[in-house]
Design a binder for this molecule. Sequence first.
Ligand SMILES: CC(C)(COP(=O)(O)OP(=O)(O)OC[C@H]1O[C@@H](n2cnc3c(N)ncnc32)[C@H](O)[C@@H]1OP(=O)(O)O)[C@@H](O)C(=O)NCCC(=O)NCCS
Length: 496
Amino acid sequence: MPSKKDKGKAKATDAPPKEITQKDLEKLAKDVDKIASKVQHRQEKALAKGEPIKEKKIDPAKEAEMRKKIEAMVQALSNMEQTGAIKASGRKDMGDHKFWNTQPVLQHGEDVTEEGPIDPAVPRDQVQQEPYPLPKEFEWCEVDIQDDKQIIELYQLLTMNYVEDDDAQFRFDYSAPFLKWALQPPGWRKSWHVGVRVSSNKKLVAFISGIPAAVRSHKTLHHLTEINYLCVHKKLRSKRLAPVLIKEITRRSHLEGVFQAAYTGGIVLPTPIATCRYYHRSLNPKKLVECNFSRVPRNSTISAMVKKFKVAEQPSTPGLREMKPEDATQVRELLNKYLSKFDVAPVFETDDDVRHWLAPTPEVVWSYVVEDTKTHKITDFFSFYTLPSSVIGNDKHKSLNAAYMFYYAIDIPEKEAADSYDTARYTKQRLTELMRDALVLAKQADFDVFNALNLMDNSMFIDDLKFGPGDGYLNYYLYNWKCRDIKPHKVGLVML
Ligand SMILES: CC(C)(COP(=O)(O)OP(=O)(O)OC[C@H]1O[C@@H](n2cnc3c(N)ncnc32)[C@H](O)[C@@H]1OP(=O)(O)O)[C@@H](O)C(=O)NCCC(=O)NCCS
């Protein structure tokens, strides 16, 4: 499955000298996981029995740092192999970005001494007023996604040409209702839904979008553009159209007085502020095996897998119910408070933002709250969204129905909030319960797999709930902003 970007298994052609392989590094990462979870398990057992903890507590900062180093090495190798950027000499030419080298982004190897913009903001009348020129057979258009015909055109462009895994087995299949939702949050602008058509027959062949968002990085709140759905028709690849699309959306952003952007991608460009890894939780192992998404491990069988991944029939958290639009004020408060602990995270500035992004939307986003039966206070919230993938060239299955973890938040009771160790223990226990229910609800809704990145507090429950690491990574970028490195568990921003 493409995980925006999960580009499947790295091909071994032009591989680097084999002293260290990707497999070695992945094994190392797994070993670190095992050791960490063993120690954690022992600590929790001791805690549960009220015994003193004998071992030294894991220093979370050290563990995270080590994990990040390993993951970065695996990712670097994987990306280098995928992009063919590892030359026969085994060296990657990191400086070889003809377009990105000209852009106000942190260049590879550049240190951040002070956070801030790279280029200054300019008044509207100094922004280039004319669109960037396109090759003569193409023309710009604004895709009107409120027009049924045009949303279908966009859907068709993406469903046939958007992100695939490396083996071209799966391709994202964002539905038309999903695209309408993703591209029309409060304050959306039609001028930021930028298409390229063939002049002669008006066929839509490329697209890029921006939406307004309030995102905080460290202590700075940006009102920026979130860029997404960059796509060039397969027949027009490698003709340097992507840089023109990026420059045009940047120009249109400048015209609205917005000079920063956030975007994500599987490929490594100059320079990620954070890199997260995908994890997958099988809900329908038989289908996943038939689609070649998972394999039956040696010494196992399909029926053993079915048993392993079986979930309860019903959720078990008392007070759990579907979120209603009327919950927006409480959810906003809960969520903004929870997200404030991360180094990069959105800020939901209005109840309308929350209603748009987080109230349930059929076949698009699924959201639940826990309401205290006595006080009627909302204490917890979680959500996931629907993103199927087309299964390419499979006789039996045409589509894989995937749920992706979206935002969540919990209220830490006063008793636990006073002490950081108690807070962490409560967070882990509560999130594990809630996400166990999320899996049940996703299974009831017939999802085949539940995907999550190792951002926010996800590492606290992914092992216990039987998520397995995937081979995809997602890089986070900020345009025109120097930002210090952010660790995955400090990322609170989910981009679709
Ligand atoms: C991503 C895509 C639009 C790039 O188009 P292309 O025809 O392959 O590449 P072009 O020749 O037009 O442009 C190459 C430049 O775009 C950059 N680029 C490629 N993919 C990019 C991405 N996802 N984000 C930003 N820049 C990207 C390249 O790094 C290169 O710039 P550089 O020389 O500075 O390194 C195209 O491959 C595509 O539609 N892929 C499927 C959908 C997809 O992956 N979208 C991105 C989702 S994050």
